[in-house]
Design a protein. Structure first.
Length: 484
């Protein structure tokens, strides 16, 4: 909690202020609070409000930074980059007559976990969300554990911001389960304090997580937003303004993102470009041009049997695989992005909120450990198709990220491969693992196969994985080269 000291005279003066004057008392936003984590290795902004012209001094870890409140009462200072330190310290903010002391502040890694309902899916399972069909409910078990001061949590909610708190039974129930397990995996591996911010809301489209200004500045969307005031019929920025803007420019390492179900259900064919606009804006808002976005390819689900408020027409069994290709391209457009695959984590294909969020968080953490923190030997992806060759009526696909070798999760023959000839008509193929990194597929209906695809259906839950147990990534039609 914030501790504020005032002289008796100052307190009496404050009580006599008019409402608009009282609003200018020395303060910080909720995201600058006791129990927070300051991002290591980056400049750290600290900001707030004070009376216009008031001089403010911020002290922490031997540093002092000073500012003068502007005419609109805002002030901001920047602390120099610091090394991770789990020792609780006090961040002191001193004004002319008031002092704010933020206690139990540590230095480590800070990430924002954002998106829609599958990211909002909280540690305390909400009504309507079903427990996992296999194994224990890890989140419910975790809520019984004692508080862990090495993990700090912050929740940006629809009805306001919930200040930083030590992760424990009292603070975790509303925290994103994906976000928490991502943070827990990082903390255990890195050995430094980790802070995770939840900023998520169910049923939201990506347009609402990007401010209108971002679209206005986009060469792709600028004309559309200025002429129509909307993007694909959707208003921009509502949830960005509610959830994200109040936290900027908090110093962070990066973002984990789990969103797209509503855009997928609407048949969105411009999601990649929208993601790129969002990523650029968020990086600018948080003053972290190099911040990574790590995100989740949507899980198998029967989108063809759902009604969506922003439906652009009837959806088919190809809607989801087509959208996943948009998601893949989104990372390429935005740069410094990667995705994880979760085709193996669904118990019920009609449930858009699959369980096993702890596994999703762990997989995202694998990506961060390998790509952001440079941990050698961490396999962060399931098998990904690299190339295909045709020979003797068969197509052989070579995979990267096979780890030690390819295998099937259930010990059965590889499923969900399809091949096509020059006519482009796909037929189910019999497929077998033919080496540590290859699968060969063939169909009696396609004597001269030229194309191959994998997992190309909304219900596809392929059994192909690598030796680390990470599932193979579905892919669109790939043209095979002639082996000769």
């Amino acid at each position: 909690m914030k501790t504020v000291f005032r002289t008796l005279a100052a307190a009496l003066t404050a009580s006599a202020l008019l409402p608009q004057e009282a609003a200018a008392q020395l303060s910080t936003p909720p995201v600058i609070s006791s129990d927070m984590v300051l991002q290591q290795g980056r400049e750290v902004p600290v900001w707030g409000k004070a009376a216009p012209g008031e001089r403010v001094t911020v002290s922490f870890g031997g540093q002092k930074a000073k500012a003068k409140a502007a005419a609109d009462s805002t002030w901001s200072v920047t602390l120099k980059p610091m090394q991770a330190d789990a020792t609780p310290r006090t961040l002191t903010i001193k004004g002319r007559k008031e002092t704010i002391e933020l206690t139990n502040v540590v230095v480590g890694e800070v990430w924002i976990a954002a998106g829609q309902s599958n990211m909002q899916y909280a540690m305390r399972r909400q009504k309507g969300f079903v427990p996992p069909a296999n194994g224990v409910d890890s989140a419910q078990a975790e809520l019984q554990q004692p508080a862990n001061p090495m993990i700090r949590v912050y929740v940006s909610a629809r009805r306001g911001q919930k200040p930083w708190a030590v992760a424990g039974p009292e603070s975790l129930p509303q925290v994103s389960a994906v976000g928490y397990y991502f943070a827990r995996s990082l903390q255990r591996s890195l050995g430094v304090p980790v802070g995770i911010v939840t900023a998520a809301l169910g049923g939201t489209l990506i347009e609402s997580w990007t401010p209108r200004q971002a679209y206005e500045q986009s060469p792709v969307f600028g004309g559309e937003i200025r002429q129509r005031g909307r993007i694909d019929g959707v208003g921009a920025g509502q949830w960005y303004n509610t959830f994200v803007a109040p936290m900027a420019p908090l110093a962070v390492r990066g973002f984990v993102w789990y969103q797209g179900e509503n855009n997928c259900g609407a048949g969105d064919r411009r999601y990649a470009e929208k993601f790129g606009v969002m990523a650029d804006w968020w990086r600018g808002a948080f003053r972290a041009a190099d911040a990574p976005f790590y995100y989740v390819l949507l899980a198998p689900h029967v989108y063809s049997d759902r009604m969506h408020r922003h439906n652009h027409g009837p959806q088919t069994a190809e809607t989801l695989p087509l959208f996943r290709e948009q998601q893949k391209r989104a990372g390429q457009l935005a740069g410094n992005c990667e995705y994880v695959c979760i085709t193996d984590l669904v118990d019920n294909l009609t449930d858009i909120h699959p369980s096993y969020k702890w596994t999703v968080g762990d997989r995202l953490a694998r990506v961060a450990l390998a790509k952001t923190y440079g941990r050698a030997g961490v396999e962060w992806s399931g098998p990904r198709a690299k190339a295909a060759t045709a020979s003797g009526g068969k197509i052989t696909v070579t995979f990267g990220h096979a780890a030690d070798s390819l295998r099937t999760r259930d010990g059965k023959r590889v499923g969900w491969f399809e091949v096509a000839g020059d006519d482009g008509v796909f037929h189910p193929a019999a497929a077998d693992i033919t080496s540590d990194s290859t699968v060969t597929a063939a169909s009696i209906d396609v004597p001269r196969p030229r194309f191959v695809r994998f997992g190309w259906h909304e219900t596809a839950q392929p059994n192909l994985e690598n030796s680390c147990g990470l599932p193979a990534v579905p892919f669109a039609a790939m043209r095979a080269k002639d082996a000769n």
